[in-house]
Design a protein around this ligand. Structure first.
Ligand SMILES: C[S@@+](CC[C@H](N)C(=O)[O-])C[C@H]1O[C@@H](n2cnc3c(N)ncnc32)[C@H](O)[C@@H]1O
Length: 256
């Protein structure tokens, strides 16, 4: 089972405690952009967890994803809320915006790590940089593999929307540091008064130490790190990531 196809359950689960993330993104877009309502692109936008509130706030939003269920959930939600955004099917590995150039791109919650090879990740950065205007920014948020210390293996949280409760358990099953692949298992347990279901999804993500991520940036040479933050998304507290860091939110600036 691909849990991204369980659009409603994914959306409820991942919308849990996203207030700081959303505020952080809005503040960054406003502070880095010269226009009032910057044009934004979200590679692998999923159910539009972020696109819906950003469109509502007046940003000019574009998003693409490979998952048809997530896309149709998002399109329906835009219509229901009388919002507009440009949504289409596309692959992060090769998307390149030839016509429109954006003020900013963003891709948080480990989504960039779905690009499983160095070639795909590098191509993605090159394509996104070409899709941005001069001085454009790309916000990337993801877990890092600490070179010292260990990271949590299992995370659980419970999210509620109306009568639906979704309990999520995310577990790292295997970490292959040589091939830079992490195998994850997600168990979604949606419950209402009528249902009590369990869905299991197992998938791989590419891993990055801070050093490996910086190496990717230096080989591709299209972005530089303007600032970095941790998972608290506190704009007033940029941090210097180090070999112990297990999460990084990078504000990348396009090199011109
Ligand atoms: C963790 S979800 C994030 C969704 C959304 N960005 C959010 O913040 O809620 C990861 C998304 O990446 C999408 N995805 C994975 N690989 C992709 C690819 N190569 N191209 C486009 N979308 C992809 C999945 O379908 C899924 O919707």
């Amino acid at each position: 089972m691909n849990w991204y196809s369980l659009a409603t359950y994914y959306d409820v689960s991942f919308s849990h405690e996203m207030r700081e993330e959303l505020l952080f993104l809005q503040n960054i877009f406003n502070s880095y952009s010269t226009t009032n309502y910057p044009s934004l692109i979200e590679p692998a936008c999923g159910t539009g967890r972020l696109i819906i509130p950003l469109s509502r706030s007046g940003y000019d939003c574009t998003g693409f994803d490979l998952n048809e269920s997530a896309l149709s959930y998002l399109k329906d939600k835009l219509i229901r809320n009388q919002l507009k955004a440009n949504i289409f099917r596309g692959d992060m590995a090769n998307f390149n915006s030839k016509r429109k150039k954006y003020d900013a791109a963003y891709c948080t919650v480990d989504t960039f790590r779905h690009l499983l090879s160095e070639t795909q990740a590098a191509q993605h950065l090159l394509n996104i940089s070409k899709s941005l205007k001069k001085n454009g920014i790309y916000i990337l948020g993801m877990h890092l593999i600490p070179e010292q210390g260990v990271s949590d293996k299992i995370t659980r949280w419970t999210a509620k929307r109306g009568r639906l409760t979704v309990r999520t358990t995310m577990e790292m099953l295997k970490l292959d540091k040589i091939n830079r692949a992490e195998t994850l298992r997600v168990i979604l347990n949606p419950k209402t008064e009528y249902i009590n279901e369990k869905y299991e999804s197992i998938y791989k993500l590419r891993t990055y130490t801070l050093k490996q991520f910086k190496k990717l940036l230096s080989t591709t040479n299209v972005f530089e790190i303007d600032n970095s933050y941790d998972h608290f998304y506190d704009l007033s507290k940029p941090i210097t990531l180090n070999t112990r860091s297990d999460y990084g939110v990078f504000v990348l600036r396009k090199k011109n």
